[in-house]
Design a protein around this ligand. Structure first.
Ligand code: PLP
Length: 457
């Protein structure tokens, strides 16, 4: 039905009638069909014209009035104003095409296998959280005291780090912990060393904090300590499984690195992202085990349970933990109580240990299979630990091109050159074997070998 205003009602549209009117009214003002100063019919007359109840036209006028599109003049009626209100700055997201990645098999590194159905231990933890009332006020910015204590026990047991709850800060994962540390303790212009090739999120975090970055090389054992310079205020390092080449920093080099940090006063940031997973090799000590004054240790649930939990921990000196907790108390930026309470239940029940044991068994077989399938195509490195291997390719192969061809054939894989910055090295593929189901992994590897078989120029 048409009114004396350019407004119509569509009862099949699914949008409440007063919102339909307000929306059309705004559009009419913006495109000039309704001019400033135009006198509007009363809500009663408009309701009659449109055959709707008066509450509908009243609600539409109330909304337009609140937004500044119309004004009432005492005794004279309601008019279109001459000020065009600001449009809300949020733009509607254009409809997205169905997620193209979802159709593909992924061998991208970084995400563990997540079973489609949650198990009993997981359900028990969440059930327990749901039976508790939340805390009355803001909880401790460093994390729930009981969780900090449980995490201190955990890292003592599995990583040999002798520490107490006062050394633990609960985070939203590694990157969150790293960014918090940089924001609270570094100044623009400070120099930080980051492995090259290395973890790009760490590079972005350093850039965002206006740090100068030294690209430091790695070999088959990990970070090249001899390349560190005395002017560095921090070093970001992945000693348990260099990301992405997979070196495991030997004890002698760990000692050398800690000695260097003591001499220069630099801070070592130990990203321990996937240390839970190693195969047929002895554990190596965490750097934090050697010196908690010089090392900040970052742990995460992203590889053991799920990155979607956004939960991890930072282990450091008590003074550092206090400084970080004070810093983030102002921002209100710490993990929510339900997440922390659930992790506490999982640690207490041994659920995390169980998930790690299960993961190790699953990934050990997959790693062996992946290595045996890919061995003819290049040199495999980093297979002793973690959830990925790196396949180094002959120098004349373009790894970006291989990744593109694999994608066209239905498999997502990460080219090693994506992780490189200035240090030159061979091309390769970083291949995560954890994410897909076992049959999908086998399928993806078959496709990948076909692509690799035709990839020599
Ligand atoms: C080197 C490295 N560190 C840390 C993480 C995990 O980060 P977060 O705990 O923020 O999920 C990843 C995940 O891919 C990683 O590759």
């Amino acid at each position: 039905m048409q009114s004396s205003l350019p407004l119509t009602i569509d009862r099949s549209a699914g949008l409440p009638l007063h919102l339909q009117l307000a929306q059309q009214f705004r559009a009419a003002v913006l495109d000039g069909r309704l001019q400033a100063g135009h006198r509007l019919p009363s809500t009663r007359d408009l309701a009659r014209e449109l055959a709707v109840s008066r509450s509908v036209t009243q609600a539409a006028y109330d909304q337009l009035h609140a937004e500044g599109w119309i004004e009432g003049r005492t005794g004279a009626g309601t008019f279109v104003t001459d000020v065009v209100p600001l449009q809300p700055a949020v733009r509607r997201r254009a409809p997205q095409p169905a997620d193209a990645e979802a159709e593909l098999l992924t061998l991208r590194p970084g995400i563990p296998y997540i079973a489609p159905t949650p198990d009993q231990g997981w359900r028990r933890a969440w059930r327990e959280v749901s039976t508790q009332s939340p805390p009355r006020g803001y909880d401790d910015a460093a994390g729930l005291p009981a969780l900090r204590a449980a995490l201190a026990d955990h890292v003592g047991r599995v990583r040999g780090i002798a520490c107490g709850p006062e050394n633990v800060l609960v985070t939203n994962g590694t990157v969150h912990g790293l960014r918090l540390l940089l924001a609270a303790t570094r100044r623009p212009g400070d120099r930080i060393a980051i492995e090259d090739p290395g973890y790009l999120n760490a590079v972005v975090a350093a850039r965002d904090h206006q740090l100068e970055i030294l690209d430091v090389g790695v070999d088959q054992d990990g970070l090249l300590v001899g390349e560190l310079t005395a002017d560095l205020t921090a070093v970001y390092v992945t000693p348990s499984h260099q990301y992405p080449l997979g070196g495991r920093l030997p004890v002698a080099r760990r000692n050398e690195l800690v000695r260097w940090a003591r001499r220069t006063g630099s801070l070592l940031i130990e990203d321990d992202y996937d240390s839970e997973f190693r195969y047929d090799v002895a554990p190596l000590p965490a750097l934090a085990q050697l010196d908690l004054e010089r090392v900040v240790h970052l742990g995460t649930l992203s590889k053991t349970l799920s990155p979607a939990l956004r939960l991890g921990w930072l282990v450091a000196s008590e003074a550092m933990v206090d400084q970080l907790a004070t810093f983030r108390a102002d921002a209100g930026d710490w993990p929510g109580w339900p997440m922390q309470a659930a992790l506490l239940a999982m640690l207490r029940d041994g659920y995390l240990d169980q998930a790690v044991r299960r993961g190790r068994r699953l990934y050990a077989d997959r790693r062996t299979h992946t290595c045996s399938v890919l061995a003819p195509y290049g040199r495999i490195v980093g297979q002793d630990a973690g959830l990925h291997i790196t396949l180094l390719l002959p120098d004349d192969v373009d790894d970006l091109e291989v990744a593109r061809a694999a994608r066209a054939a239905g498999v997502v894989v990460a080219p090693l050159s994506e992780y490189r910055r200035s240090v030159v090295g061979p091309p390769g593929l970083v291949i995560g074997y954890a994410t897909p189901s076992t049959p999908d992994l086998h399928k993806a590897l078959t496709v990948l070998t076909e692509v690799l078989g035709t990839s020599r120029p």
